[in-house]
Structure formats: structure tokens, C-alpha cells
Design a protein around this ligand. Structure first.
Ligand code: SAM
Ligand code: SF4
Length: 360
């Protein structure tokens, strides 16, 4: 696309800091994609039972993982396509040595308005101040139990003190958005609904109860009856806290409340029920460089291969546009299409069975 084309598009108002303005990334259903979740590593220092088996999964070789320059280049192109929000995830993103450069680089990219991170919190205390200085706006810290014994059972490691310290430190240091991710599972931690909600009494954090999804490298989804639906979680919260106020949140925070007088909020994320597909604004990039247009799709679009063949930025734009032209109406449709045909382009790995390989 040449400069004349760029000037003829009327999108400069929303991309005031971006020098080259092109039409935003949109799909057939009119959804606009302005938020990218980028897995930057597959490896992790925990082994959460709902995510990975004890022995881990087959991690991609290091040379298959996108490096700093490749990631920042992709972010630059995405910013031209109208992306404003970046979330680094993984695996455990704080295990990447270049995490501060990645935060700084994304934050300095014209058009990007917020850089966020999802972490298990183990390494956060030692990096928190530098992350804040690098421009990190928000941190989601995953914690599924407040009980040290259960923490060890769920994560198969120690570390609850560090995670709790991380939550308090993030608030103390003044990160603009601090959230706690809780995968709520029957028979694991459903009995801690109140204890987690009570965290919001004094702490200005959003506690997000997330539905368990079948991306656990096939260990416990099949064998247990652990799924708790968002509707059921909402009903339980409403029964315990009558008079909840409806609060404002992000698009994924489909149900969001605030107990009267409490400092923080409680959200319920229907990640499996998929009530939020109509509002989807997410682009996903896996650590090994695949674009995924839906968490429930198994089709990979090979960005790594394209970049390493020496492509132009316009070719990257075309790849993202193709991926989003092909996005299914919702996660059910995406899953149905994936069951019919597993697509593997140019040697990207299939299937991806754990959140660490997809990017949670
Ligand atoms: N390691 C980091 C962490 O745990 O926060 C970032 C990566 S992790 C894959 C991202 C999020 O996905 C975490 O909040 C985690 O609890 C969630 N997650 C992992 N497996 C899941 C599953 N099977 N169902 C629902 N959420 C899951
Ligand atoms: Fe690691 Fe996060 Fe998966 Fe737990 S959920 S094993 S912390 S990647």
C-alpha cells in the first residue's frame, strides 16, 4: 500500500501518534481488533495442574521463539493496524531476560497506549520497580488459592509468599491496573470464592474468576468434574453478597461487580462459555510466532516463517488481515472448524494442548 492510499483513509484521529495510517484490523462481523496478547515464552517455573503436566510439555526450541527485534517489529506493524493495547503472557513472561526491553520497546511504539503483563508472580517482586519504570501499565497476577498447602498442590511448587507479596507490591508501587486471576474449579478452590472476594475489601484490585478451559495438556479436564460455569459463579457471588453494584471493566470482564464500600472489583470471565465472542477485540501471537485468530481455533498463521524469509511490513499486514478475514463468528464455530481440520503451516507445531503453547 502506498502513501496515497494511506492518506485517503480516514483513521488518523484514532492513531494520532502513528505516522502511517492504514485501515484498522476488522473481521467479517464488524469486530475491530485493537488488543494483542503475545506469548513471549513457553517455559514456566510452575506446573499448574490445569495448564501443564509435571514433566511439562514439548517446549519449542529456543531458535523457534520470536526474539526481541521480531516481537517489536510485529508490535510496530500491529500499532499501524490500530492496536493500542499489548499484553505479554506465556509461559512465564518474567523468565525472559529481555522483558524490560520488550516493555520499554512496546511502550515507545507510536500508537500503543498500554502495555500489560500476565504473570504467576514468582519473579515479580525483584522486577516490579524496573517494570514500572519501563512503562508497564497493568499486571495480572495469577493466584488460585490463598492456602499454602493447596498452592503447592495446584502449582506443584512453592511460592505463595512471593505471589502474595507481588499483589501487595503492585498496589503499593502504584501500577494503574492490578488484577488477580483465579481459575475457579470445582473440588479445587470453589470454596475460596468468599476469601478471594474479601481481598477486594481493602485492596484496589480486580479479582477475576476465570472459567476452566480444556487447555491443560489433557490431564484433568477429561478425568475430573472441575468445570464451574460463569453463571454458576455469578449466582454464588450474588447470593453471598446481596446488593452488589455493577461496575465497569474491560470487554472480557463480562460480569463485573463491586461490593458496596469495597476498594476493588470482582469479575467473572466466561472463557469456556464464550459469552464474550461478539465483543472480541483480541489478536493472539504464540511464542513460536503463530498468529491465532481465536483461542479455540487450531489454525496457525506463520508469522515467524514470514519474518525470517525477509518479508516487508506490508506482507505482515496482509497475514494479519488474512487471519482476521477468516475468523469464525464465535469460539464454538472456531472449535468445530478445528475439529474438522488441523492446519499446520510450514512446520509450526500442532496440536497445541497447553495454555503455555497457545498463550493464555
Ligand atoms: N504464567 C503466567 C500466569 O500463570 O499468569 C502467564 C501465562 S498463563 C498460561 C495465563 C493465564 O492462563 C493464567 O491466569 C492462568 O491461570 C490461565 N490458564 C492456564 N491454563 C488454563 C486453563 N486450562 N483454563 C483457564 N485458564 C487457564
Ligand atoms: Fe505456568 Fe502460568 Fe501455566 Fe501455571 S498457568 S503452569 S504459571 S504458564
Amino acid at each position: 500500500m502506498g502513501n496515497d492510499d494511506l492518506e485517503s483513509n480516514n483513521c488518523s484521529a484514532q492513531l494520532e501518534k502513528v505516522d502511517q495510517c492504514i485501515p484498522p484490523l476488522q473481521d467479517r462481523f464488524g469486530r475491530v481488533f485493537d488488543y494483542v496478547r503475545i506469548a513471549i515464552i513457553e517455559k514456566c517455573n510452575l506446573r499448574c495442574t490445569y495448564c501443564m503436566p509435571e514433566e511439562g510439555v514439548e517446549f519449542a526450541d529456543k531458535n523457534m521463539i520470536l526474539d526481541t527485534d521480531e516481537l517489536l517489529r510485529a508490535i510496530g506493524v500491529l500499532a499501524r493496524l490500530g492496536v493500542k493495547k499489548i499484553r505479554y503472557t506465556g509461559g512465564e513472561p518474567l523468565m525472559r531476560k529481555d522483558i524490560l526491553d520488550l516493555v520499554k520497546g512496546a511502550n515507545n511504539t507510536p500508537g500503543i497506549k498500554g502495555v500489560h503483563l500476565t504473570t504467576n508472580g514468582l519473579l515479580f517482586p525483584r522486577l516490579a520497580k524496573d517494570l514500572l519504570d519501563a512503562g508497564l501499565m497493568g499486571v495480572n497476577i495469577s493466584l488460585d488459592t490463598l492456602d499454602p498447602g493447596k498452592f503447592k498442590e495446584i502449582t506443584r511448587r512453592d511460592g505463595i509468599e512471593e505471589v502474595l507479596e507481588s499483589i501487595n507490591l503492585a498496589v503499593k508501587l502504584g501500577f494503574p491496573r492490578v488484577k488477580v486471576n483465579v481459575v475457579l474449579m470445582r473440588g479445587f478452590n470453589e470454596d475460596e470464592l468468599v476469601a478471594f472476594t474479601e481481598l477486594t475489601k481493602d485492596l484496589p484490585v480486580t479479582v477475576r474468576f476465570i472459567e476452566f478451559m480444556p487447555f491443560d495438556a489433557e490431564q484433568i479436564w477429561e478425568s475430573g468434574d472441575h468445570f464451574a460455569s460463569a453463571n454458576n459463579i455469578v449466582d454464588q457471588i450474588k447470593a453471598i453478597y446481596p446488593g452488589l453494584d455493577v461496575a465497569s471493566g474491560t470487554r472480557t470482564e463480562h460480569y463485573i461487580f463491586k461490593a458496596p464500600g469495597y476498594a476493588g472489583k470482582i469479575a467473572v470471565i466466561p472463557a469456556f462459555s464464550r459469552d464474550l465472542c461478539g465483543n472480541c477485540s483480541r489478536i493472539r501471537l504464540t511464542a513460536d510466532g503463530a498468529v491465532r485468530n481465536c483461542l479455540y481455533s487450531s489454525k496457525d498463521y506463520n508469522l515467524r516463517g514470514l519474518i525470517r524469509k525477509g518479508c516487508s511490513d506490508d506482507q505482515i499486514v496482509t497475514l494479519f488481515r488474512q487471519a482476521y478475514d477468516e475468523k469464525a463468528k464465535d469460539g464454538f464455530e472456531a472449535k468445530k472448524l478445528s475439529d474438522q481440520k488441523i492446519v499446520n503451516l510450514d512446520g509450526l507445531r500442532q496440536p497445541r494442548t497447553s495454555m503455555t503453547q497457545i498463550g493464555g
